[in-house]
Design a protein around this ligand. Structure first.
Ligand code: MSP
Length: 526
């Protein structure tokens, strides 16, 4: 029986270009936590997808000489393929051009319309197509030519005045409710720096939000007013609900069971949509609100935000080819603290790979499995009874690992969770060094101690594989296989599974190839 449900989402990514390291970062983070909560026995929903409507996509499609739908269809596989390459085990992939999304969006907003949260009014104002965001004139910046530009992406903004009326959501009425909500739910916006920004933004007052457009037609039709389509954000946010069955008669009861979720993982540039507009929409609909919106930082290259135009558009698949998928995931999760901006580089990635994976985790498995092969005919030795109560530095660390790791995961602190596992891995390497099994093997008298040492080291490898699994699912599965253990994907109580001493004596152990062959940065060509 699952313990309950656990839900996490990534943003629903614009389909104007293939996924890059930034979008992959959020997606790997969501996958890491989703995998961990599965190992804790939760029934996990992990929703991701592609945001396919709006002016930006329509214009990108046009530039490429395609209809918007053909453009979206041609690019959607780039996302599903990239997520496959990165071993992303999502439960629901929503394309906002799917019928189920149309049904959900129309149902949601029709409900708000009926409840009186919408009104029609003339719209005029500044809009940035790249950010798909409205801006007040006071928020704009000017470029060298004196043109108004977007404060976020610095591209020129457009003044939109269709002369027609648009539908507005009464967002301004939610100022007090939102502030009270933030107060009562201190963990709703994380990290704290992001929370402070949002609180002061909302304190500054909220404008009603235009949720429909009539100047173009690439969007979901507003069901009660022909000629209008929903604003792309009024559409995309609903995908979180669509993913778990909202408005889907064939999935009755599922939405109620899975909503609200625990987390929306987003980049810091889109926290406002998720922390202001989205909870107000949910309040208006009378739906509960997600536990935490976690706004992570940006990946930087040479101190600047990584982007295609800056010539550092390395694809996730390029790095996977060199480092392997597990090392890719491990590097981004352990070395870029979730919540802060972080510099990435091939040099640093290689350094982390060699230090933590090739020299520590991979080396440890090779040494231990090799010695079990050599000294015990490839079978896990039994612990001789005289060692049953002997001091065991590895067990001591392993015994407290779940608690430490779980606290980090609950804090969405992947870096320290990985470091806690790494600490045990380093300790096992040191233990092997100190105990020198190759010397113990020389004398008949020390056979018992040799068995004890190698049992401990192999058992520590089993436990390490468990805790590394959310980060590096492939190598953990491989270590389980080499130790003749059952499928690691089936672990649904990692706390119980990580209790010391469960590696059965007598299990066949396979040495296998190095899990992480050493890399030299000079040989890496991208
Ligand atoms: N379509 C909207 C989201 C709708 S959610 C209901 C959108 N899409 S996006 O494709 O632009 O999303 C990009 C995501 O990637 C954002 O969370 C953004 O913060 C993130 N990143 C873009 N560049 C990034 C880095 N250089 N580093 C880390 N994340 C970055 O916004």
């Amino acid at each position: 029986m699952p313990k309950g449900t656990f839900g996490v989402t990534t943003p629903i990514y614009y389909i104007n270009a293939a996924p890059h390291l930034g979008t992959a970062y959020t997606t790997v983070a969501a996958d890491t936590i989703a995998r961990y909560e599965r190992m804790n026995g939760y029934d996990v929903s992990f929703v991701t997808g592609t945001d396919e409507h709006g002016q930006k996509i329509a214009e990108t499609a046009e530039k490429n000489g395609m209809t918007p739908q053909a453009w979206c269809d041609s690019l959607a596989p780039a996302f599903t393929d990239a997520w496959k390459t990165l071993d992303i085990d999502y439960t629901n992939f929503v394309r906002t051009t799917e019928d189920r999304q149309t049904r959900a969006v129309q149902k949601f907003w029709s409900d708000l319309y009926e409840k009186g949260w919408l009104y029609k009014s003339a719209y005029e104002g500044w809009y940035c197509v790249h950010e798909e965001t409205y801006y007040a004139e006071s928020d704009l910046e000017k470029n060298e030519d004196g043109e108004f530009v977007c404060p976020d992406c610095k591209r020129p903004v457009r003044y939109e005045s269709s002369g027609e009326e648009n539908w507005f959501f009464k967002l301004s009425e939610f100022q007090d409710k939102l502030l009270a909500f933030y107060d009562e739910h201190p963990d709703f916006i994380r990290p704290v720096s992001r929370r402070n920004e949002i609180v002061s933004f909302v304190k500054g007052g909220l404008q009603d939000l235009s949720i429909s457009r009539s100047s173009f037609d690439w969007g979901i039709p507003v069901p009660w007013d022909e000629g209008h389509v929903f604003y792309v954000w009024a559409d995309a946010l609903i995908a979180y609900l669509t993913g778990i069955g909202y408005g889907d008669p064939e999935r009755e009861g599922e939405f109620e069971r899975r909503w609200p979720m625990q987390y929306h993982f987003v980049g810091k540039d889109i926290t406002r949509f998720h922390c202001v507009i989205w909870p107000a929409m949910l309040m208006a609909a009378g739906l509960p609100i997600t536990g935490t919106v976690f706004g992570h930082g940006f990946l930087l290259v040479g101190g600047e935000k990584m982007s295609k135009s800056k010539g550092n558009g390395i694809k996730p698949a390029d790095l996977v080819e060199v480092f392997g998928v597990d090392a890719y995931r491990y590097y981004f999760m352990s070395d870029v603290r979730f919540g802060a901006d972080g510099n990435i580089s091939i040099e640093r990635m290689t350094q982390v790979y060699n230090a933590d994976l090739a020299n520590t985790w991979g080396n440890l498995c090779s040494r231990v499995f090799n010695m079990v092969g050599k000294y015990f005919d490839g079978k896990v030795p039994a612990v001789p009874s005289k060692f049953a109560d002997a001091p065991n530095p590895l067990k001591d660390i392993a015994d407290s690992l779940y608690e430490k790791y779980d606290a980090c995961m609950a804090d969405v602190n992947f870096t320290d969770a990985a470091a806690a596992v790494q600490e045990l891995a380093s300790r096992v390497n040191l233990y092997v060094e100190e105990s020198a099994p190759w010397n113990l093997a020389k004398s008949e008298e020390t056979q018992g101690e040799l068995a004890y040492v190698l049992y401990n080291a192999a058992e520590a490898c089993r436990i390490l594989a468990l805790f590394f699994a959310p980060f590096m699912p492939n190598t953990s599965a491989e270590v389980f296989r080499r130790l003749s253990l059952g499928a690691i994907d089936e672990v649904d109580d990692i706390k119980a599974a990580s209790v010391w001493g469960q590696l059965p004596a007598g299990n066949d152990v396979e040495k296998g190839d190095p899990l992480f062959p050493r890399l030299d940065v000079k040989d890496i060509q991208l």
